[in-house]
Design a protein around this ligand. Structure first.
Ligand SMILES: Nc1ncnc2c1ncn2[C@@H]1O[C@H](COP(=O)(O)OP(=O)(O)OP(=O)(O)O)[C@@H](O)[C@H]1O
Ligand SMILES: [Mg+2]
Length: 382
């Protein structure tokens, strides 16, 4: 019997882990192998990049879960200012307190015996007091963990050029620990343009050597599973035509999978999820992707860059650069500079010589729907 009050099994919010995470098995398995193989494995330094809503945070969460299953300790952080400070004064002391057997004796420091017999304090003065640094704390922690064949994983989400100095500091320390064959792993994630900027930044050679996974569209089969399995688990089902339409509407974009699934599931409280429900869901989902993803991205464009993408939105598929030049009434050389800038911002892609495309699902419709908006690549979506 279907439960009429079945909880909606979809999670159309950024940063939330989906009920079924699809299309990321290869990365997860390579990472897990890296932890098994021991220090020196290339996937112990992993860099994830991809467009908004492609599933970077969801994958980081899954990676942390895998690591924890293998007994690893995990620290999940964001590249906001003060990252190193939070590691040194917050995460690492907490993990050391919890896992260092010697910390028990340290806790006796300063204990005063009751009954007025005089206080017994076990404080031992260190002749060479050491201010704990990121490197020393990670060294201590990995020394405790290594005999158990586990280690510590640090994930850093939302990396951006403003965090370059702190990421460099973290990378330098991790590189030392790698050389000393200590069990540490680091995974960083960010938007493509931010990751590109960091890779080009001086002295982050470590990141350049990291294994770089570019997250893109999931396959049709994977999108189908991500829609169908949670609905079935909730005691309902898609009609065959509804599932086909829902799969098509996602174009392999994970955020869209969750939006389509969520809204289609919500149209009726019980029974089959119908084609009509999927159609209604598609409209709502496109509106939300527009508001949450396209509008903020387009707002960062200059007037000319926006004019370029609007000229592209006239076409139903990839545009010829020469047509764009004609529509903008400019020379190919002139529009070429905007083409380059938009490619660097990952707003457009270049599927073939002389062609440009708008890879984000639904951005074409959004540009057409909203021609008066003044707000001044996600590769491979089908
Ligand atoms: N592999 C996946 N399979 C199914 N759903 C997914 C998958 N990855 C992410 N999602 C869903 O897609 C949405 C976006 O995921 P997430 O927040 O991880 O994206 P993101 O890349 O971190 O975005 P942002 O750049 O805004 O931080 C969420 O609703 C999440 O549940
Ligand atoms: Mg995220």
């Amino acid at each position: 019997m279907p439960d009429p009050a079945a909880r909606n099994p979809f999670t159309p919010t950024f940063g939330s882990s989906p009920e079924l995470l699809v299309g990321r098995d290869d990365i997860l398995e390579a990472f897990t192998r890296g932890l098994d193989e021991g220090p020196g494995s290339p996937t112990r330094a992993l860099l994830l990049s991809g467009q908004r809503g492609v599933g970077k945070t969801a994958l980081l969460n899954a990676i942390e879960d895998r690591a924890q299953t293998l007994g690893w300790l995990t620290i999940a952080e964001t590249a906001l200012e003060g990252l190193i400070g939070r590691l040194v004064t917050d995460h690492l002391p907490a993990l050391l307190r919890a896992h260092d057997p010697r910390s028990v004796t340290r806790l006796l420091d300063g204990v005063t015996a009751p009954g007025g017999i005089g206080g017994a304090s076990f404080t031992v003065r260190d002749r060479h007091p050491r201010t704990p640094s990121l490197r020393s704390q990670l060294t201590d922690l990995t020394e405790i963990l290594a005999p158990h064949r586990t280690g510590v994983l640090i994930t850093v989400d939302e990396v951006w050029p403003g965090s370059a100095v702190e990421l460099r500091e973290l990378a330098t320390v991790v590189q030392h620990l790698f050389r000393e064959a200590r069990p540490v792993a680091v995974v960083m994630a960010g938007l493509p343009e931010n990751v590109d900027a960091l890779l080009n930044a001086e002295a982050i050679t470590f990141l350049r050597r990291a294994h770089h996974a570019i997250l893109g569209a999931v396959t049709r089969t994977e999108a189908r599973a991500a829609l169908d399995v949670p609905v079935t688990a909730a005691g309902r089902r898609f009609t065959a035509d509804a599932l086909d339409a829902a799969v098509d509407a996602t174009r392999g974009y994970p955020y869209m999978i969750q939006l389509i699934g969520y809204h289609a599931f919500a149209v009726h409280r019980e029974g089959a999820v119908t084609l009509d429900a999927v159609e209604r869901a598609r409209h709502r989902a496109l509106g939300e992707v527009g508001r949450m993803v396209h509008r903020p991205a387009l707002r960062l464009l200059s007037a000319k860059e926006l004019e370029f993408v609007r000229a592209m939105a006239v076409d139903d598929g990839p545009s010829r650069t020469s047509d764009i030049a004609a529509r903008m009434d400019r020379s190919p050389a002139y529009v070429g500079q905007y083409r380059r800038r938009l490619l660097a911002k990952h707003i457009i892609s270049a599927p073939a010589h002389g062609l440009v495309d708008l890879p984000m699902p639904g951005i074409r419709d959004y540009l057409r729907l909203d021609p008066e908006a003044t707000e001044a690549g996600y590769t491979g979506f089908w």
